[in-house]
Ligand binder design. Structure first.
Ligand code: ADP
Ligand code: MG
Length: 334
């Protein structure tokens, strides 16, 4: 559903699905593509279902937008994220999520979207000389419910603090004031390096961890025009590259795994619950406080904040079960 909801009703989350092409590995094992985007909103399962399967699974799924496997990341940004991400220049918080199984294209999609957004924000700043802008950048990773600074070589887990005015903050998180585009690119390389250092210590870290890159924009009118509320604005946009969604379905599937001490991805499960509740409207308790991810993002989810979720999926027959789980998550979010 579109962001500008009618009659002031709670605004919906913009949900899109991006199908990627079959990759080298899938082609080599003669895997085939089972999914097709038949228009801008509908993705279908092409293979004939047996009668019993037909009663279990839908064959067509409809979203705010679906992107065929030949769509560029630029197009996914323009039509699936830009409108939500750029509300930050008007003082409104936003979050963009990539959700999907490991190797479905989350990082590929989210890194492009992050760069396009920051580039558009710089263009916006250039065209708005009447205001002064300050951009601040920070980056963190959540692994096993512990938060790490991706801009610092110090791997000590960071604590969350409850600030009565600002909500939940991450104690000692590095926040860099961006000098320019090149500085932003440098910081992205620092994050990437920090992430890789983490990976060598933690088995399969990238499929189990969530990465949050956040950009805070402060602006003020150059000339103070009386008692104008918009004379000073602050807002944050979060780019969230989630842990592989197979972690959520695995831990949901088998209680046995929990008893074995296998870690549930609490943040991913809680995010699912929070998003389902938010998409259903304003009633009832939303369990933001149940995980680190949702605590950190609380002020950028719900309320007047804008949210877009891009669900990435492999078209391959071998991944059909995970793809269905992804589409089910996407359906619950819209
Ligand atoms: P994830 O972050 O979900 O684990 P990645 O983004 O790392 O997945 O993608 C896995 C691989 O597939 C990468 O090599 C990436 O470059 C490639 N890939 C993902 N999506 C696309 C796409 N839409 N088009 C081309 N290559 C893609
Ligand atoms: Mg990734």
């Amino acid at each position: 559903e579109l962001m500008q909801g009618p009659s002031g009703r709670e605004e919906k989350i913009f949900v899109s699905v991006r199908l990627r092409p079959l990759n080298e590995k899938e082609i080599q094992r003669n895997d085939v593509s089972e999914w097709e985007c038949i228009n801008d909103n509908t993705i279908i399962y092409r293979n004939n279902l047996s009668v019993s399967e037909r009663s279990m699974y839908p064959t067509a799924y409809t979203f705010d937008r679906v992107f065929r496997s030949d769509c560029s990341t630029r197009q996914v940004y323009e039509e699936g994220a830009k409108e939500v991400a750029l509300v930050v220049v008007s003082g409104i918080n936003a979050s963009i999520f990539a959700y999907g199984q490991t190797s479905s294209g989350k990082t590929y999609t989210m890194s492009g979207i992050t760069e396009y957004t920051v580039s558009d924000i710089y263009d916006y700043i250039e065209q708005h000389n009447e205001r002064n802008f300050l951009l601040k950048f920070s980056a963190m990773e959540i692994y096993n419910e512990s938060v790490r600074d991706l801009l610092s070589a110090d791997n000590t887990p960071l604590r969350l603090l409850d600030d009565p005015e600002r909500g939940t903050t991450v104690e000692k998180l590095t926040e860099e004031t961006l000098r320019d585009w090149n500085h932003f690119k440098e910081l992205l390389s620092v994050c990437e390096a920090q992430r890789q250092i983490g990976e060598t210590f933690l088995n399969e870290a990238s499929s189990r961890s969530h990465q949050i890159l956040r950009l805070t924009i402060e602006s003020s009118a150059r000339e103070f025009l009386g008692n104008d509320k918009s004379s000073s604005l602050t807002a944050t946009v979060n780019f969230v590259d989630l842990a592989g969604s197979e972690r959520a379905s695995q831990s949901l599937a088998a209680g046995a795994r929990l008893k074995e001490g296998c870690h549930i991805n609490r943040s991913l499960l809680t995010l699912g619950t929070v998003i389902r509740k938010l998409s259903k409207g304003r009633n009832g308790h939303v369990p933001f406080r149940d995980s680190k991810l949702t605590r950190i993002l609380q002020s950028s989810l719900g309320g007047n904040a804008k949210t877009a979720i891009i669900c990435t999926m492999s078209p391959a027959r071998t991944h059909v079960e995970q793809s269905r789980n992804t589409l089910l998550f996407a359906s619950c979010a819209k």
